[in-house]
Design a binder for this molecule. Structure first.
Ligand code: C5P
Length: 235
């Protein structure tokens, strides 16, 4: 099966109104297959956003990074799956039991078709070693990411969200089928913003990323369509 660049590009819809959602989906739907709905947008507009994207022919990555006790996350996972999203995520720091609980609950609910991809967030791409030390986690980030990714795989999750810098090692350790979704993507001429561990789209795809998530380099570009075309070319 040939995967089109469009299907590997996820646009981070970090906005807070349905009007903006409609504007961006209309503008980008020819270039982007999956729209990422995160905390800002979902808190502002709720599940209606998912319907709008689906009705426009797009798919949804629900990026709410569930992190709670196993029962609560399992229930949230069932609701997310019921929305028909293509993928959603939980935070691996919630632990093995939490990840196993959501896997089992979603499998039971969607026995046949419509199973969403469940991803584990490892270490946020905005974190560096200094920041990690402040929260009491010492040592090389890569090592932590590999431990957390391994735990996600053990729990039966389909893949992880990690920085492009860690993709190669994750694929090597956990296999090519273990999906990697990488934010922290910057074009050579775009600002890093708050991302600490970033790569260009070309580097991320080369490293083995299955999907790349891009927000501000498109959203804040003077010409968003030109920026997206540049990214598609790299993919
Ligand atoms: O604007 P930018 O391209 O930095 O957007 C990256 C998106 O990916 C944001 O919506 C952010 O919440 C999300 N994300 C991330 N790092 C992770 C997981 C998600 O930057 N580890």
């Amino acid at each position: 099966m040939i995967i089109k660049p469009k299907d590997r590009l996820i646009f981070a819809l970090d906005v807070s109104s349905l009007e903006e959602v409609k504007k961006w989906v209309r503008l980008l739907k020819g270039y982007v297959g999956i729209f990422k709905v995160g905390k800002e947008l979902f808190t502002a507009c709720g599940p209606k956003v998912v319907d709008i994207i689906h009705n426009a022919g797009g798919e949804v990555f629900l990026d709410l990074k569930f992190h709670d006790i196993p029962n609560t996350v399992a229930k949230a996972g069932i609701v997310a799956a019921g929305l028909g999203v293509k993928m959603f995520n939980v935070h691996t720091l919630g632990g093995l039991k939490m990840m196993e609980a959501v896997r089992e609950a979603v499998d039971k609910t969607c026995k046949k078709v419509g199973q969403p991809v469940i991803l584990g967030v490892t270490i946020l791409t905005s974190m560096n070693e200094k920041e990690m030390k402040l929260v009491g986690i010492q040592g090389p980030i890569k090592k932590r990411v590999l431990i957390l990714a391994g735990l996600a795989k053990k729990a039966g999750l389909d893949g992880i969200v990690a920085s492009p810098l860690e993709v190669k090692d994750i694929k090597k350790k956990l296999g090519n089928d273990f999906i990697t979704v990488t934010p922290g993507i910057r074009l050579p001429d775009s600002k890093p913003d708050d991302q600490s561990r970033a790569m260009t789209p070309k580097e991320a795809i080369h490293a083995g990323a299955d999907y790349i998530v891009v927000g501000r380099p498109i959203r804040d570009a003077k010409n968003p369509l030109a920026a997206i075309k540049k990214i598609i070319e790299c993919i």
